[in-house]
Design a protein around this ligand. Structure first.
Ligand SMILES: NC(=O)CC[C@H](N)C(=O)O
Length: 350
């Protein structure tokens, strides 16, 4: 009887230690945003983003400790409208370190939603690992009624700890969906269902912490990426010019005069220009400023049956990349080359 008891305790110990050993080691990097936002009352719509620290966020979801071995660090505490190249470079380098040198199995980044899609795409091109990197945020502040942050954070850790998430590039987890960095975009200023993949649909849905994948991104990313920011102190200067009827040429002119390295044109329809901006863009390209033809239309590509002959003007078609993501790829492409054909190749591959 005594031997049986010792045997059972031994089995329980071995069993629990293997369960513990199997828990993925996940690092959370906190940057701010509404997920860490605080308002005066639970119904207050006016709030301050990025107030709470990482361990305060985690205390709202103790359940994450059941699915992963979670630790955290605070990189910055900002609303993501203030996201910038410097923080992007720090973030990419830190994630590469955590995954490739410090033995973490996955990284979750808490982030404001305003520019989350840009950060996701930047990391998709600069993190070199198959391990999951997940961005997560919230639309309601942490102190709001039915705050969406705790469930989103729980889901993000579940996705980061899931073996099926490997090799799918950087992911955005919001509102029980997994969305890929290239296609995801914010579509509503207020709704919790704001993030959508308008061209290809979500990669997976999540229910009770279980992740059900439907597809994998077809473009190159993360472990296949040839972009490396490890030794960069800054990124090339690329601006965005927005088009509309009777558009002014002043913004395009200002970027040219300020010697920007590239301009992304958020054109109308299939990437079309107001004629005065077209003339300026042609002139800029001849001076060595790269022009990417994107569109203000939320979905579809700027390539097929375009009214503009890109090969003639040496313009680069953004394909399905929206202007803010086309800017990210153009900045990274310009760290490698100033040849428009090579840049177009990057836009076809990434
Ligand atoms: N829902 C949000 O996260 C918006 C808050 C803030 N503007 C940000 O992007 O950080």
């Amino acid at each position: 009887m005594k031997n049986l008891k010792i045997f059972l305790v031994f089995i329980a110990l071995v069993f629990s230690s293997t369960i513990y050993a199997q828990k993925a080691k996940i690092r959370i990097i906190a940057t701010g945003g509404t997920i860490a936002g605080v308002s005066k009352s639970s119904t207050e719509s006016n709030y301050k983003a990025g107030e709470l620290g990482i361990y305060q966020l985690l205390s709202a979801v103790p359940e994450v400790r059941q699915i992963a071995d979670v630790t955290g660090e605070q990189l910055v505490k900002i609303g993501s409208q203030d996201m910038n190249d410097e923080v992007w470079l720090q973030l990419a380098n830190r994630i590469n370190q955590l995954l490739n040198e410090e033995g973490y199995d996955g990284v979750v980044i808490t982030h404001g939603t305003d520019t989350m899609e840009e950060t996701a795409y930047f990391l998709n091109l600069t993190v070199h690992s198959k391990k999951p990197v997940v961005l997560v945020g919230a639309m309601r502040p942490a102190t709001g009624m039915s705050a969406d942050g705790p469930l989103n954070l729980y889901d993000a850790v579940a996705v980061a700890a899931n073996k099926d998430s490997h090799g799918r590039g950087v992911l955005v987890v919001m509102n029980e969906l997994v969305l890929d960095a290239k296609d995801v975009t914010k579509t509503s200023t207020l709704g919790v269902e704001t993030f959508k993949s308008l061209n290809y649909g979500p990669l997976a849905y999540i229910h009770n912490g279980k992740v059900f994948y439907n597809r994998a991104p077809q473009n190159k990313h993360t472990y296949q990426s040839e972009f490396d920011v490890a030794n960069l102190k800054e990124l090339p200067k690329v601006g965005i010019v927005y088009s509309y009827s009777n558009a002014s040429e002043l913004p395009m002119k200002a970027f040219i005069d300020a010697n920007f390295d590239g301009i992304v044109h958020a054109g109308v329809g299939n990437g079309n220009f107001y004629h005065k901006n077209f003339d300026l863009a042609e002139k800029a390209q001849n001076q060595g400023i790269q022009i990417v033809r994107s569109s203000r239309v939320p979905s579809g590509a700027t390539t097929l049956d375009a009214e503009i002959d890109d090969a003639k003007y040496h313009f680069v078609a953004s394909n399905t990349l929206n202007p803010q993501k086309a800017r990210v790829l153009l900045m990274l492409a310009l760290t490698k080359t100033n040849d428009w054909e090579k840049i177009q190749q990057y836009f076809n591959e990434y």
